[in-house]
Design a protein around this ligand. Structure first.
Ligand SMILES: [Zn+2]
Length: 95
């Protein structure tokens, strides 16, 4: 299930996001400070108070990396990287 969000362009790959899907729990909607991963490249973003996406601050990133949630974030980032190697984004040049 996807929830519409404000449009966001990934500063790493240019992918435009206008909705989010939930890996952990279908019933949860995004809240400020929730983490979001770019579906195309796995770049990490955080929801702002107005639920727009922004890059995490260094302090937020350090706190997240020290938390028990970090392994889950890394597992999903690796899954995105694996899938993109096997199935490149349609607009990506063939490696
Ligand atoms: Zn991206």
């Amino acid at each position: 299930m996807s929830t519409p969000t404000k449009k966001h362009t990934c500063s790493h790959c240019g992918y435009v996001t206008d909705s989010v899907s939930y890996i952990m729990d279908d019933a949860v909607k995004p809240s400020p400070d929730d983490v979001n991963l770019c579906l195309k490249c796995g770049a990490l973003y955080v929801f702002s108070e107005d639920l727009s996406l922004r890059e995490p601050t260094l302090e937020e990133l350090m706190k997240l990396k020290a938390s028990e949630d970090w392994q889950e974030v890394e597992r999903h980032r690796r899954a995105i990287e694996y899938i993109r190697k096997k199935h490149p984004w349609p607009s990506d040049p063939t490696p």
